[in-house]
Design a protein around this ligand. Sequence first.
Ligand SMILES: Cc1cc2nc3c(=O)[nH]c(=O)nc-3n(C[C@H](O)[C@H](O)[C@H](O)COP(=O)(O)OP(=O)(O)OC[C@H]3O[C@@H](n4cnc5c(N)ncnc54)[C@H](O)[C@@H]3O)c2cc1C
Length: 304
Amino acid sequence: MAQRNPFHLFDVSVRQRIELSPSMLRFVFAGESLAQARSFGPDQRIKIFFPNDAGELSVPRGEDWYARYRDQHPAQRAPMRTYTVRALRPQAAELDVDFVAHGDTGPASRWALQARPGDRVVLMAPHASQDDSGGVEWRPPADVRDVLLIADETALPAVAGILESLAAQPQPPKVRAYIEVPLRADAVDLHGPPDLRIHWLPRAERRDTDAADYGARLIEAIRAAQLAPAQTRTDAAEAELSEIDIDREILWEQAAVTASGFYAWIAGEAGAVMAIRRHLVGERGFAKSAISFMGYWRKGRVLE
Ligand SMILES: Cc1cc2nc3c(=O)[nH]c(=O)nc-3n(C[C@H](O)[C@H](O)[C@H](O)COP(=O)(O)OP(=O)(O)OC[C@H]3O[C@@H](n4cnc5c(N)ncnc54)[C@H](O)[C@@H]3O)c2cc1C
């Protein structure tokens, strides 16, 4: 059966490559059609198609694009990965994406390490004519007063956008952010609301020093964190936690739209997010309905 694609394909090329920190690279993509792109929120996700090993970049178009994409020979297919729109400037027909440079084990990171101005990719992103706000999970209740953000470097672009959006609000909430990054020098300045405290959690001081495991510093920091009792649940049924097999399924749980006062947004390596979910909901009594949990990647696994 043909799969409807609510997003649109944009042919773009690299206009600029910016080294944000030792582990993060920003690519400014440009392409005339980006004048018609749209972002529905600060964690807007998109798909990026990269050239295959032969350097070819051919992405099927039309209603049944996905079936035809899957039918392509794996060697011919353009690898597809999920990224966040860090900024969109339709007037300039530009879109920024921040990449974690995690080595050459995956096509996206490998591409980012080598890419230079003029290199082409295809973006799958919302179109200006679209009114279905797909691909956005940051949906705090209107009366939110207390925000908790927990992220690793893959979700840092989304967190940076979330903080900017909160800073622009007339009465921004209090925000506590716990962000794990590869190196101390990856803790960059972020613009946010006045009542913001960021706990930067580098896995290593420098490249030549020992590094903690992925997620270990985040889990340790959340376990030790003083989190206000006002944030805990009142309904015992909320303690019910279904186990999710993160090596087979994708960990993706949304806060209920009715949540208010407190709201948490948690994204990063799925094993770490799962451990934090168990701790906050299972052990600390947080209301699951006030927290979004998202496995952005899984160590040792490829997620398209
Ligand atoms: C909604 C959403 C938004 C995202 N936004 C961003 C973003 O803005 N910027 C960003 O950099 N990433 C982002 N990610 C994460 C990104 O999709 C993954 O890191 C992806 O696996 C990278 O693809 P790859 O081709 O480099 O590696 P893959 O081919 O997917 O994986 C190859 C190997 O590398 C490992 N791996 C994957 N990512 C990492 C990593 N970061 N560090 C260490 N090892 C890794 C895998 O476990 C696997 O063993 C997002 C993911 C989601 C779901």
